[in-house]
Design a protein around this ligand. Structure first.
Ligand SMILES: Nc1ncnc2c1ncn2[C@@H]1O[C@H](COP(=O)(O)OP(=O)(O)OP(=O)(O)O)[C@@H](O)[C@H]1O
Ligand SMILES: [Mg+2]
Length: 283
């Protein structure tokens, strides 16, 4: 029988219980999320019972064919839209609106055309940090240097190529140093050489600053190069099909032969899930 004096918890248990819950929780938890879009003609189910946990400092890549709900999920995580069913929890708090620690980099660069390049990058800094003007300028310039655009600091957005705009958008996302980065095919419009350089930069920034990243891409090799984990989606409606842990050492080079085995395994799975109905009928 347990008397009232009997300690029910050992000292270690008590210490563990006293630790903040956040320590043991994932940084981000997508719980049974479904989303429908209703248009005048139709109702489309974009996501069906999607669940996904992302740990602090983890780099997770979402891969899947066009229309499988990757951008929809990213928007929900960012708090730009609401799920019809399920919950999204970031840092132990339900996501109900956008927050400065969950920055999105969109498929389109979405720069402000009325600001020059430097103005676009300093914009986010002004809102998050109360930095003096000179410090904001220096931080913004360091990120423009990182993406190779310091010479274009005072250019107008419409004077840039699509790839250059995307690099400004990357600098703008990184400059406020958010803990969580949500990236929607950020490198799709870039040439191969710029992309390769940014793969290296992004990996070192994420490792050095312990960022949590959810990164959407169509490019399986890119996912294997960047991701600690690759999550495979299938469309109509969008569902998580398979997950792959990529335990290769970093920094990874997109052209390294070690990436090939993972990439071909994921590509084969993509093909398998490309005909979900046929596969389900066989099963
Ligand atoms: N605002 C919207 N109104 C109506 N339908 C939408 C809307 N946004 C997305 N959808 C639909 O939801 C589904 C998922 O779209 P989503 O943009 O999330 O796909 P995706 O995986 O990001 O595709 P892609 O790889 O082409 O960017 C698609 O069928 C799309 O038509
Ligand atoms: Mg998309």
């Amino acid at each position: 029988m347990i008397s009232l004096e009997t300690p029910l918890l050992s000292m270690e248990d008590a210490q563990a219980a006293a630790r903040p819950l956040r320590d043991t929780r994932p940084k981000l938890s997508v719980q049974d999320v479904s989303k429908w879009f209703r248009t005048r003609r139709d109702t489309v189910q974009a996501l069906d019972s999607v669940s996904l946990d992302v740990n602090d400092g983890e780099f997770v890549c979402l891969v899947g064919p066009s229309g499988c709900g990757k951008s929809t999920l990213l928007n929900l995580i960012a708090g730009l839209d609401r799920a019809d069913q399920g919950h999204i929890v970031a840092d132990g708090q339900e996501v109900t609106e956008p927050g400065p620690d969950r920055l999105v980099m969109f498929q389109e660069s979405a720069l402000f055309p009325w600001l020059d390049v430097l103005g676009n990058v300093t914009f986010g800094l002004g809102r998050k940090h109360n930095l003096p003007k000179a410090a904001r300028h220096d931080v913004a310039m360091s990120y423009l240097r990182l993406v190779g655009l310091e010479r274009f600091a005072h250019a107008n957005v419409h004077e840039l190529s699509g790839g250059m705009r995307q690099r400004v958008a990357l600098a703008r996302s990184l400059a406020p140093n958010p803990r969580m980065l949500l990236m929607d095919e950020p490198f799709a419009a870039l040439d191969a050489m710029t992309r390769e350089q940014l793969y290296g930069d992004l990996q070192s920034i994420c490792q050095a600053r312990k960022k949590t990243v959810v990164f959407v891409t169509h490019n399986v090799r890119e996912a294997v190069c960047l991701g600690d984990r690759v999550v495979l989606f299938s469309p109509h409606p969008g569902r998580v099909r398979e997950q792959f842990t990529i335990d290769l050492p970093r920094p990874r080079d997109i052209n390294a032969v070690e990436l090939a085995a993972h990439a071909s395994e994921i590509t084969a799975a993509l093909r398998r899930h490309a005909q979900p109905r046929a596969a389900e009928e066989v099963a």
